[in-house]
Design a binder for this molecule. Structure first.
Ligand code: FAQ
Length: 317
């Protein structure tokens, strides 16, 4: 068998696996483009979870009660856990975790646009839970059926935890909406700031999304960015009604013909600026991540030295 026959066979096996909706596992042969796309998406996703700890973490010391503080600490810790599952999934593809972190703090790899906005009030903690985790779930539930095994499996656990996060956000907002006029105003003001950035989380419109078509063929992505954005809008409107808040979009209305809501166009020039690193909090987010990485160097050194000592003891036995 010549090399080209062998690679044709491997490609065929890979194509059959995808066509049969089976999982591709780390030991399997896969095209370079598939591997690169997965590393790109999973790394961005992991970075988002880790950077995503900062906006809410900002309120940990100022939570209004011990109960709210305990809930928020648990949520932020869950996000660290999600980042770790995802970095592990990227490692099964041959990526190096230290290298991915370096790329993040050098601004060479992206993280979600949403985490470049500041958290100005405690209502933002509730709105992040409700809308940001809500959008994350909408985007990630289909990823539980992604063709790459370790990513799909990580997503199952992540989605369970995100659902819990979303409910805690909704419960926090419900409590505030049952409070004073000032609390209700605080919630509405926060919803007004986060609605459009939440819609941008799904990525650019389909006709400006260079990666979607191939990622869908490979069944990494199961739906287009616009399909998921529509799903999120339709899901959020009845929840907003229950809460008693409105979304800042005059074009939002039910379209009986389509069986879905029409809605306005997010400001895509703002999105492009944010993903280029020019968001309101972009510099601060990356600087904090860099500082945390540098301050944690001694922990990594100690852990590596310990592992080295244990393995030399093992070898001596
Ligand atoms: N932000 O061709 P497409 C969370 C980039 S986790 C920044 O459409 P693709 C949990 C994109 O990378 C939130 N960049 O790309 C939580 C590409 O650039 P590149 C993160 C974005 O990959 C909650 C370019 O634009 N979730 O929130 C964004 O097919 C609360 C062209 O775009 C995930 O990562 C964006 N929003 O589709 C944590 C989910 N959108 O790489 C804390 C997994 C697009 O070519 C608190 N990822 N770009 O230079 C995905 O599903 C996909 O990667 C998309 C983008 C849908 C995000």
């Amino acid at each position: 068998m010549t090399t080209s026959h062998a690679s044709d066979e491997l490609q065929e096996l890979f194509d059959d696996t995808i066509a049969a909706d089976q999982r591709v596992e780390p030991r399997d042969w896969m095209p370079d483009g598939y591997r690169k796309t997965l590393i790109r998406q999973i790394a961005q996703h992991a970075h988002s979870e880790i950077i995503g700890m900062q906006p809410e973490g900002n309120w940990l010391t100022r939570a209004p009660s011990l109960r709210r503080k305990a809930i928020l600490m648990a949520k932020v810790q869950d996000e660290a856990g999600h980042g770790l599952y995802l970095y592990s999934a990227a490692e099964t593809l041959g990526a190096d975790r230290a290298d991915l972190t370096e790329k993040l703090i050098e601004g060479k790899q992206k993280y979600s646009s949403i985490f470049n906005y500041p958290t100005l009030t405690y209502a933002d903690v509730g709105v992040i839970g409700w809308l940001v985790d809500g959008a994350a779930i909408c985007n990630q539930v289909p990823l539980c059926r992604s063709s790459f095994g370790p990513y799909a499996r990580a997503m199952i656990r992540v989605c369970k935890e995100e659902s819990f996060h979303q409910r805690q956000g909704f419960e926090l907002l419900m409590t505030m909406m049952r409070g004073t006029d000032a609390q209700r105003e605080m919630v509405q003001e926060s919803v007004n700031r986060w609605w459009w950035p939440a819609l941008m989380m799904f990525g650019p419109p389909d006709d400006q999304s260079p990666n979607s078509e191939q990622s869908m063929k490979w069944r990494i992505k199961r739906h287009t960015n616009d399909e998921l954005r529509q799903r999120f809008v339709d899901m959020s409107i009845p929840q907003a009604e229950v809460l008693g808040v409105t979304f800042p979009d005059p074009d939002l209305k039910w379209n009986a013909e389509r069986g879905a809501h029409d809605f306005g166009e997010p400001d895509w020039s703002e999105f492009m600026q944010v993903i280029k690193g020019n968001g309101a909090s972009s510099v601060e987010r990356v600087a904090n991540r860099r500082a945390a990485h540098e301050n944690g160097a001694w922990v990594r050194e100690a852990a590596t030295a310990f592992a080295r000592r244990e393995s030399s003891k093992e070898n001596a036995r």
